[in-house]
Design a protein around this ligand. Sequence first.
Ligand SMILES: [Ca+2]
Length: 453
Amino acid sequence: MKKVLFALALCCAFLPAFSQEKLTDKELVNVIYAMGQMYPDGFTLDLNTMRQPTEGLMVSYKATQNSFDRKSLPAVIKHARAHQNLVGGWYNPEDGHYYFDSTRAFPEDSLAAAVAFARDNDQHTVYVASKDINIWTNYEQKDIRIILDCDMGSSTDDLFALMMLYRYMDMKRCNLIGVIVDRMGKANADIVDVLNNFYGYPDIPIGLETQGIPNPHVFITYHNLPYARSTDAVPMFKRSVGDNGSYMESYKLYRKLLAEQPDKSVTIASIGFVTSLARLLESGPDEYSPLSGVELVRRKVKEIYAMGGVFGDAVEPDYNFKAAIDFSLKFFELLPKEVDIVFSPGEVGDPLDYRPETVIADMDWTDLHPIKWTYQFLNCDTGQKMWDPQAVINAVEGDDLYKLSPRGWVTLTPNGETLFHEDPKGNARYQYPGDPVWCDMVLKYIRLMAIQH
Ligand SMILES: [Ca+2]
């Protein structure tokens, strides 16, 4: 809003005697150039209204790329006049130039289309006007192959972490090659089956833990979600596996998926217990690979992003590791030292409070939504925060978005405490909590994913 007011004030100050319709292109050049001086962080101007749009996904056209400084503006304005009447600008501190572009706007629920258009036009970012944040486009086409390992069926942040991955898939920013459910119980895998179908990826394989920890605490009992029926008894959500289907043993699916992938190509996002990972590491050769589990992980896994750990001054047990402590100790013991691991402690997600009423409002575009169903029919106002998405976002966006600790080694005590020893050769780092601006940006990003359809 501040930006809009500034823009209007600026236009009025420059052009007291002209109505908006009477602006010549030469006058426009003066106005837009002045806006560039005022907004080093960038702006978008609608040439019809002479206002900055407050909504829309803004992408620059390639045709006006490398247009900088005042001399470039007539051509940019001409292109904008012939297209969407939008001009954007931003200052590049690296070369000292202020760049102007003709801009295309997409509706904010069309992120995948905007990102595709951006890539076609050689653009690295999409600007989200309502949220004042930039989205990366994966212009470099990084090959990110992810296995999500979750404890679906208790906290709701697992739902959002998986939602993020589907949306990243829509944007062609990663390839989700499998989902591991390390919380025992077929219903928990059925939840993933529902989500796979709802988000349009019915064939993503799902593995289910069968020898994990018995009866871990359930914070929110959404295990009935897969079997929800409408008032006339019709199942609400599509599934691929169905009531009579079964899931592959989780460590076996790990072995199958890893064996099929190129060396050092797989990223694991672990947002539940590490039971299935521990069983993978303990496994021996089988029909999928002649390698032991340790060798398979050493050979195929590039890095692990794990939600868990408590670092810094506080020394207290971590929930995810403590709840399955025997498996966790085994995981820390057997994880090859060559495999990088980035921990996401709870305090990183703590400030990201996606309130139940906001979740439901963001999903007002449909009545038939598995996450919305969970929030409508169960009490989710239990202090749930966006913890798990931090491991997933870090895994896809890379390390630039997060402030990470120096390298070191992490050991786990039998009490579930994570001890960090700094060492430049270490395989472990952990995320530091972000400042309020960063937290606000990341929560907006998650919310933007929730409105896509
Ligand atoms: Ca979790």
